[in-house]
Design a protein around this ligand. Structure first.
Ligand SMILES: [Zn+2]
Length: 340
């Protein structure tokens, strides 16, 4: 990773000083849905920018294999924006090859890593922190760091539009701060001893850390490892011991493992319900929907968790949506069906 960063810095000096002055289009390829959303927000109002997203809604970036047209698009791009820390597990060789060409390969996780906010993946068996956990965007404060750094990088690449990139980033960071305050108030409305998030994979460590919740994932850090029988029994014991009322499924993972846990808890005479809807994990919703934006994705997860606790009979208050925060959640989201 450090090697790519140095390469990236080296390449900045050999690039033409001003992309837009040549009348060229700035071609940006983005890997994940989060990367696409951020690139669109920061380049809003800038002409001659073309963004090519590779992964759509509901795609698991750990497993996604770049197609030949993806590789072609990356080869022809001025800049590839990806999440990093091996989230895009099948892209390592492609990124290495791109790094040897005249393509800027930008990892959204790099400024967060440089700032010291990347946390290690928790291995419940070893009880130690291992490799870097790639799901850094789930803490909105990390996403602020990323937004500002990406805007600066775009400004260096395209100085004519620097003012727009930086103004977009500043306005967006204000929105992220409002989002964080709202989410933090809501998530802390659940009593401390009940703040456990049990999911099918460990995407939510940063999300939990941001709002004072603890995690229990059936699977480890990557969806490449299938959950074993031992993992499921450990989770069942954990759920029963801690009287966890809700388990959550996430949108990019098949729900089988969570269903196995629910059945086993019930077989042991326990009671646990599944969340009122799936959580957004590594992929956001369809473009043009509330969950298709970073703000909406994160907010949907907060609503889903708090509403599920309410449906389980817990006394939890969900704070009002802030007036100046966009997009605005739709009625369906605000009125869940507890019996669904
Ligand atoms: Zn993941």
């Amino acid at each position: 990773m450090r090697k790519y960063f140095i390469l990236l810095l080296a390449m900045l000096f050999v690039l033409p000083a001003n992309v837009s002055a040549q009348g060229d289009t700035l071609n940006i390829v983005t890997t994940t849905t989060q990367a696409t959303d951020l690139a669109r927000i920061l380049t809003d109002g800038v002409e001659n920018v073309e963004i090519t997203p590779l992964m759509g809604a509901g795609v698991d970036p750990h497993l996604y294999l770049p197609t030949s047209s993806d590789i072609e698009a990356m080869n022809e791009a001025d800049m590839v924006i990806y999440s990093g820390l091996h989230l895009e597990g099948q892209f390592d060789a492609v990124f290495e090859a791109l790094g040897e060409q005249d393509v800027i390969v930008y990892a959204l996780s790099q400024p967060v890593k440089d700032a010291g906010f990347i946390i290690g993946a928790f291995d419940p068996e070893e009880e130690v922190l291992g490799a870097d956990d790639p799901h850094f965007w789930f803490d909105p404060r990390n996403w602020e760091i990323t937004a500002l750094d990406l805007a600066e990088t775009l400004s260096e690449l395209d100085p004519d539009n620097a003012g727009t990139y930086l103004a977009n980033a500043e306005a967006y960071v204000e929105q992220l701060q409002v989002l964080y305050e709202w989410a933090d108030t809501g998530m802390r409305a659940v009593p401390g001893q009940q703040r456990y998030l049990v999911t099918s994979h460990d995407a939510f460590q940063y999300f939990g850390a941001a709002f004072g919740w603890r995690m229990a994932a059936i699977q480890g850090i990557s969806t490449e490892d299938e959950a074993g029988v031992g993992d499921i029994q450990n989770t069942v014991d954990f759920v029963i011991t801690n009287e966890i009322p809700v388990l959550f499924v996430e949108s990019s993972i098949p729900p089988d493992t969570i269903e196995a846990v629910v059945e086993a808890v019930e077989a042991d005479g326990g009671e646990v319900r599944v969340g009122v809807r799936e959580l957004y994990g590594d992929a956001m919703g369809e473009p043009g929907t509330f969950g298709g934006t970073y703000v909406g994705m994160l907010a949907t997860n907060v609503y889903t968790i708090l509403q599920s606790y309410q449906c389980a009979g817990e006394d939890v208050t969900i704070p009002q949506w802030p007036e100046d925060l966009t997009p605005v959640p739709d009625e369906d989201l605000l009125n869940p069906d507890c019996d669904a």
